[in-house]
Design a protein around this ligand. Sequence first.
Ligand code: FAD
Ligand code: DLZ
Length: 509
Amino acid sequence: AGALRLILGDQLSHEIASLADIDAQLDVVLICEVMAEATYVRHHPKKIAFLFAAMRHFAAELQAKGFTVRYVKLTDAANTGSIDGEVRRALAEQLLTRLVATEPGEYRLREVMRSWQTIDGVDFEMREDVRFLASHADFERWAEGKKQLRMEFFYREMRRRYNILMDKDGLPEGGAFNFDRENRKPPPRGLASPRRISHKKSQITREVLELVRQKFSGHFGRLEPFHFAVTRDEALLELQHFIAMLLPHFGDYQDAMVTGEAYLYHSLLSCYLNAGLLQPLEICRAAERAYRSGAVPLASAEGFIRQILGWREYVRGIYWHAMPDYAKLNFFNAKRPLPEFYWSGETEMFCIAEAVRHTHEHAYSHHIQRLMITGNFALLAGLDVEAVCEWYLAVYADAFEWVELPNTLGMALFADGGIMASKPYAASGKYISRMSNFCRHCRFDSKETTTENACPFNALYWDFLARNERLLRKNHRLVYTYATWDKMAQDAKELIRKKAAQFLGDGMV
Ligand code: FAD
Ligand code: DLZ
């Protein structure tokens, strides 16, 4: 008898485990657009359009290879609205007794899949997602017995294991695993994003855009212009363009932030990787080749490879290692409601308005804006952890919980108390002023802390440290920070705390 082979919206790879031994004569591939997935958070319209268009193109590719595909459109009359409903309906209607799926990227969906073990008369197999470079067992083996998990040491093992940027003696290329001291320059005046490629819209994509316009225009975010790649071939063009034109300067401007420039030298590849159109190893190998050919400095190639071979695999490991309890962690007991300006962008803090503007326009904002602007503000102001995580899961085209949650709850909010990061990524307005040109356009002054025009990040920064002193003073990476606080005069401290309280009490605009 044939098998039903489920492909989720972020499993669009021809090498996905659930297709490994497919029988073109007997088996049916199920791909379904369902309301439950499109609305469990109110995803950005560009994210929904990207995934639906990529799903439809992937289905067409499978059909062209001779496979039978049961593609359920969102508007199909019999659509039950959920993956669970569509799997059960397909099994019944196609009279299939075997179900094969690849483990999903989110815990909530894995729980749904567990219930398929008991569907009457159906033999269910859930396979591991082999697109990742560290399996669950690899990560657990690495984590076992360690008092503290740190990405840097995990990354070194991955470099050795995949023999990436290693020399012939088995040592790291250039004599070190990490070249960040050469990266991360502040933006020089006039730094702009090089031109990015855009893809011609097929009939399929145009239909999806119309569907998303009709059904999801109430969600945060602008649907058009829509430049995303929606097939593997197009995603490969994105990769080639990045490697040739942008990777040489990736390291230099990795942390820079510039008004009106959402992308700078970032790859924009996360959504293609996460949806399955590109594979992590092919991207790392392409970056390594560019370095070995002399086209790209080692610091840039290494910095980029570390994000994928290191951070991406590491956060996925942490997610499955620590879930489901992880999602409930709230180290600082942060409960303040998410301010409206995370949606409207209407705030006098120019850096936040700019990050929200990029997000609204592109379903994208680069790592440092996510971490050091919207994330840093949420940390300092003590915003509700669940609400912040939900915002990040909804607004970015690359957001899936396995990667979003450790980054938001762990890295940005330190709500896991230090599982992801060794200290909170808390920063004052001085950091934002150094790494961006945002402050030049802002009504607040990044050099001031308590005056009328003082940048709110400054008072909030010290207030955060004072408010959470009981939890943070013992952190050895904060010794100098607390020493500075201790040296401040009592009345200066009081003024700072009053300024922060006033700002938080006044609704933070
Ligand atoms: P580049 O800067 O070009 O980096 C190259 C690649 O490295 C990315 O495509 C991505 O696959 C990988 N990468 C880089 N940093 C990380 C990281 N910290 N964790 C995992 N992979 C990384 N990334 C997501 O893919 N989905 C998310 O939902 C997501 N949410 C985030 C939330 C917060 C609060 C923060 C601070 C970071 C988040 N990130 C997330 C990580 C990172 O910001 C994005 O991967 C990156 O901005 C994507 O843009 P890019 O492809 O241009 O990346
Ligand atoms: C994000 C998303 C959306 C918007 N829609 C669908 C869908 O209609 N069908 C589907 O199979 N997957 C969708 N996805 C991706 C899933 O939410 C994703 O597979 C899970 O979050 C697990 O990572």
